[in-house]
Design a protein. Structure first.
Length: 128
């Protein structure tokens, strides 16, 4: 950690010394140099603003795409659930109708057997 701090300090000192030498040895007047520096800084700020705006737009577009995909997936899942519910209800109705039909058939058979037995009993009582 101490070695990194020394390296960073040396780099900063070297950069400051280079900047000072560059200003001292520059062939331009101070006002022109300050103007050039101001223009350069303004260009850097403008580039940073443009990059930030572009990045913000990219993030907004990406998040919109992700949200649209999530909505589509959610709607698909809800649709699948409704279809599954409809299928389950239809299957339950069909099973109920089958059971009701079987119960009706059994009841009709029982009624027929009771009637037949009653008729046979009635005939045997009358013939006796």
């Amino acid at each position: 950690m101490k070695d990194q701090a020394k390296v960073i300090a040396a780099l900063l000192i070297g950069a400051a010394a280079g900047a000072a030498l560059g200003l001292l040895l520059a062939p331009e007047k101070g006002t022109e140099l300050r103007g050039d520096i101001a223009d350069y800084i303004n260009d850097l700020v403008d580039n940073a603003k443009n990059k930030a705006q572009t990045t913000a737009n990219d993030i907004k577009e990406y998040s919109g795409t992700v949200i649209d995909k999530a909505k589509t997936k959610f709607n698909g899942t809800v649709s699948d659930l409704w279809d599954a519910k409809d299928h389950a209800v239809d299957a339950a109705k069909a099973k109920f109708n089958d059971i009701a039909g079987t119960a009706t058939d059994v009841a009709e058979d029982a009624k027929t057997k009771v009637k037949t037995t009653a008729d046979n009993l009635n005939n045997s009582v009358q013939n006796a």
